[in-house]
Design a protein around this ligand. Structure first.
Ligand code: HEM
Length: 110
């Protein structure tokens, strides 16, 4: 977050930098799916945007350097609402089983 315009948040989350310690990862958050975004409010990692128009406005400014007119914003929101539909259902793969002696992962070792 903050590709074009500096990102300011009122919550303390700093993104991936909290795990890697690399300054380049500050405010680096996973991009969530936009499928069913209409039903997924509030938006962003900390729920800072209450509505889709607010989220679109933030995206335009912070990620693209654009200030959408109300009409443009409404068209983008209308588009996002076309992504509303059934949740995908998929078969979970059978992974090799773990046992007592399976080495444990250490994801946070540096
Ligand atoms: C008009 C263009 C765009 C629209 C309409 C848009 C829309 C959205 C929406 C609705 C969300 C919130 C999803 C949720 O919380 O469930 C979101 C999140 C996000 N988008 Fe965009 N986006 C746009 C452009 C971009 C661009 C250009 C980038 C990157 C360069 C980007 C990166 C992200 C990231 C990283 C998040 C998650 C942020 C967080 O959790 O704090 N988006 N986007």
């Amino acid at each position: 977050m903050g590709v074009v315009e500096p990102y300011k948040a009122s919550s303390p989350a700093e993104g991936r930098v909290a795990v890697t310690g690399r300054d380049a990862d500050r405010f680096n958050f996973k991009v969530p799916t936009l499928r069913n975004a209409e039903m997924a409010y509030p938006y962003f990692h900390d729920g800072a945007a209450d509505t889709l128009p607010q989220a679109v406005d933030t995206m335009g400014r912070v990620q693209l350097g654009k200030r959408f007119t109300p009409e443009e914003n409404a068209k983008i929101v209308a588009f996002l609402k076309t992504l509303t539909g059934d949740q995908p259902s998929f078969k979970l793969p059978i992974l090799p089983p773990s046992a007592d002696k399976t080495p444990r992962p250490h994801p946070f070792d540096k």
